[in-house]
Design a protein around this ligand. Structure first.
Ligand code: ADP
Ligand code: X15
Length: 403
């Protein structure tokens, strides 16, 4: 993989450099709640701009349905990037059309443009190679060189991640190099006990990674929205909680395999419940109830692990030599459902082992809950990406950067 340092040595003065970043930052009420992912790409953008490149920054934000949707505009993220760079940023209200070309053509060496959300175009995420390729051709017309630095999205076989680098000279940015360097340690020389904590809301994606992790981790603690598919597979009521019905048989097989192979899958013993998802804008008190995990009332939704589970998970983390954590334990954005996530974060802070927190929301959670970033071994910008890397999978966005 060629790195950005090689690109800088070759010279970028006046060249249009496309930087595929992951600016998929958490937002609430239209405002960015954590800008960690924007800060993470600054070294790459700064180095290119300082070397006289015309820098074109691109990213997805959220999961719009292949068409423009103002809710998912990258404008706020672009403005924040400008503040952090302390430089004006050109923002193109289109991803590939005339507005994008105008913004790029208007750049002087050393200036930066951000183009609108890549996922406003159906070609970005299409499963059809031709459709993705056509979109990649349009993106390629905006640049001379490609720098991959959106680590959080390297597990996606998307046009800007996978197809575009094949069309331009391509290099890995500083963030990707750092992330891969740390995660490599977890695959090559993992100290045991190795504990993986899984939670969050992207349940269908992340349940699949357990298949491989069962052969690698000593203990897997399950929280967040992942939990209820496990509880349901055990035959318990889960009310209106997040549930991946189509993976119940898979999860049952995981539980059986774990039992046979001596891997501990640890599930909550209690959970916080409420009749509905909390209002995250006003954050009015939600007054959740606490129930045993095997006694959830029908019609209620599980929104955090309970206090006994927090204690249990802290004890299961106490002897870990290595911890990888992806996915908040509950809807931490609401103060009534933040305790489980806080407890796991605290256990990692107190751990003597090497601790890695990965994922846009997980990384944001530890910062928003007031933890010192330096108290963790590594905070990764990618959740799904890190997990798939740890599984040993070939990630499309890394493979595409190989020579
Ligand atoms: N029990 C739950 N029900 C619904 N959503 C949950 C639950 N627990 C956690 N979440 C949500 O999961 C989201 C983060 O999930 P995910 O994107 O998978 O994590 P990450 O970005 O760290 O990879 C948070 O917004 C949080 O509110
Ligand atoms: O937020 C992300 O992943 P993560 O929640 O697994 O950290 C990345 O930006 C990828 O987004 P996607 O899961 O919508 O492809």
């Amino acid at each position: 993989m060629k790195t950005i340092d090689e690109l800088l040595a070759e010279g970028v003065d006046g060249k249009r450099v496309f930087v595929r970043a992951d600016l998929n930052v958490p937002m609430a009420d239209g405002l960015i709640t954590d800008d960690g992912r924007i800060r993470a790409v600054l070294p790459t953008v700064k180095a290119l701009a300082d070397a006289g490149a015309k820098v074109v920054v691109a990213s997805h934000l959220g999961r719009p349905k292949g068409a423009p949707d103002p809710k998912f505009s990258l404008l706020q993220a672009a403005e924040r990037l400008g503040e952090l760079l302390d430089a004006p940023i050109a923002f193109a209200q289109d991803t590939v059309g005339p507005a994008a070309h105008d913004a790029v053509n208007g750049l002087q060496p050393g200036q930066v443009a951000v183009i609108e959300n890549l996922r406003f175009n159906a070609g970005e995420t299409s499963k059809d190679d031709t459709e993705r390729g056509e979109f990649a051709d349009q993106l390629a017309a905006l640049a001379d060189v490609y720098v991959g630095d959106g680590f959080g999205a390297v597990h996606r076989k998307h046009a800007s991640v996978y197809d575009l680098p094949a069309r331009l000279p391509h290099y890995a940015g500083y963030l990707i190099a750092t992330e891969v360097g740390v995660l490599k340690k977890l695959t090559e020389d993992v100290q045991r006990p190795y504990v993986v904590v899984l939670g969050g809301a992207k349940v269908s994606d992340k349940l699949a990674v357990i298949d491989q992790l069962l052969g690698k981790a000593d203990r897997i603690l399950v929280g967040g929205g992942m939990v209820y598919t496990f509880l349901k597979a055990k035959g318990y009521e889960v009310g209106s909680s997040l549930l991946q019905e189509d993976q119940l048989a898979t999860v049952t097989e995981y539980l059986e395999r774990a039992e046979k192979t001596g891997v501990e899958i640890v599930l909550p013993v209690d959970t916080l419940v409420a009749p509905e998802f909390p209002d995250l804008s006003g954050k009015a008190p939600a007054n959740p109830g606490t129930v045993a995990a095997d006694a959830m009332p029908a019609g209620q939704m599980g929104l955090d692990i309970g206090p006994e589970t927090s204690k249990l998970y802290a004890s299961k983390l106490a002897d870990a030599a290595t911890v990888f954590w992806n996915g908040p334990m509950g809807v931490f954005e609401h103060p009534d459902y933040a305790a489980g996530t806080r407890a796991v974060a605290q256990a990692l802070v107190e751990s003597k082992g090497f601790t890695v927190v990965g994922g846009g929301d997980s990384a944001a959670a530890v910062r928003i809950l007031g933890f010192d970033e330096n108290a963790f071994g590594h905070i990764s910008t990618g959740g799904g990406a890190s997990l798939e890397y740890l599984e040993g999978k070939t990630l499309p966005g890394l493979a595409a950067l190989e020579d």
